[in-house]
Design a protein. Structure first.
Length: 73
């Protein structure tokens, strides 16, 4: 890198680092929400709630459909 580019770019380095950190956090959050393990866990929680009588079969089906749509989106 040429010296002038280094001098001009150096003050922006913390900002670029912050932006990259935000991107990494967003990727991690999406993985935790839409990853196969998270989806399976949420579907298992639905099945448990249905078995315990907390929700109806229709509510379980609607929630499962919503979870699967979120995973695809």
């Amino acid at each position: 890198m040429e010296p002038l580019g280094l001098i001009v770019g150096l003050p922006l380095a913390p900002l670029r680092g912050l932006v990259r950190l935000a991107e990494l956090l967003q990727e991690q959050a999406e993985q935790e929400l839409r990853g196969p393990a998270a989806v399976r866990r949420r579907l298992e929680e639905l099945a448990e709630a249905r078995a315990a009588g907390e929700i109806s079969e229709e509510e379980e089906a609607e929630a499962a459909e919503r979870i699967l749509r979120e995973m695809i989106a």
